[in-house]
Design a protein around this ligand. Structure first.
Ligand SMILES: C[S@@+](CC[C@H](N)C(=O)[O-])C[C@H]1O[C@@H](n2cnc3c(N)ncnc32)[C@H](O)[C@@H]1O
Length: 272
């Protein structure tokens, strides 16, 4: 028997209140169809009859592995290498001003790792121009499956659109995913400078010892309410060094928040 895909109004409201409170995620009622289609596959795979039973299953035990899949399904992971190229061009142009000491970068909401490896390749390429360039890249997300993919660093050709052939040849090696040809990130020096971990941006405080020169938090706060967006931006600013830069997604803004930021280019802000 195939599972019933409908999410009742009561379950939708229960689930979205939980996600708003814990992760800051804000779902409009019209998102129910999208969620239903995302959950349908999972219900099928688990032979669970309806969404209510699935919710009970997810919340039945503290260390329930299913919880990780649940969070993965309610989050959107769309990303790509060199997304918003103009931001990386700008970063490259101002690197000399920051390269006197180690550069700390945080990709907050790094999804499956494309942003993190883009930054790694960019900084490594600049090493020949900037003698003593050293850097560290922290990538965090709430989705454990996304972080696992990031740690693997294996991408299909479609996922690698945006990476030039010369960068592919230099930084990736051929591998197979099942019987599909793919490429695996293959630069040990860059990988050693990347640290990945789980972090919920809606937490009261962020358990990170570093402060950062650059924070990329792109296409993440778009899923939060205006109030949560402001709170998250404030906490990101607290982790930014004075003069450091915050990069947001193309449809996100910090304008009108009254936070100590100067807008220097569309979607790029400097901490005052
Ligand atoms: C659309 S992706 C953006 C990926 C990448 N930053 C980019 O712009 O290409 C959004 C990511 O934010 C993560 N996310 C959503 N809510 C979050 C939260 N409360 N804390 C941390 N990450 C979150 C999702 O799991 C997802 O991987």
């Amino acid at each position: 028997m195939s599972p019933k895909k409908d999410i009742s109004t009561e379950d939708f409201s229960k689930m979205t209140s939980y996600l708003a409170e814990k992760y800051g995620l804000h779902f409009k009622p019209e998102k129910v169809t999208m969620l239903e289609s995302r959950f349908l596959k999972r219900l099928n795979a688990l032979h669970i009859e309806n969404f209510k039973q699935y919710l009970d299953y997810v919340f039945s035990g503290k260390n329930n592995e299913e919880y990780k899949f649940f969070i993965d399904l309610v989050t959107t992971h769309k990303t790509s290498f060199f997304r918003e190229q103009y931001q990386f061009d700008y970063l490259k142009s101002i690197l000399p001003d920051f390269a006197k000491r180690r550069i700390n970068i945080w990709s907050a909401g790094c999804s499956t790792g494309e942003e993190v490896y883009t930054l790694g390749m960019l900084l490594n390429e600049e090493k020949s121009n900037l003698n003593s360039l050293d850097y560290k890249i922290v990538g965090t997300d709430v989705s454990v499956p996304a972080l696992k993919k990031a740690a693997k660093g294996t991408y299909t050709n479609t996922e690698l659109m945006g990476v030039s052939d010369s960068l592919k040849r230099k930084y990736f090696k051929k591998t197979l995913v099942g019987n599909i040809e793919a490429l695996k990130f293959n630069n040990a020096e860059i990988t050693s400078k990347i640290k990945l971990g789980v972090l919920n941006l809606n937490n009261k405080t962020y358990n990170l010892t570093d402060t950062f020169d650059f924070i990329f938090c792109r296409n993440v706060i778009i899923y939060f309410s205006a109030e949560t967006q402001r709170k998250v931006l404030q906490k990101l600013i607290n982790k930014l060094k004075p003069g450091g830069l915050l990069f947001l997604g193309h449809s996100e803004t910090a304008i009108g928040t009254n936070l100590p930021l100067k807008s220097i280019k569309p979607t790029i802000y400097q901490k005052l």
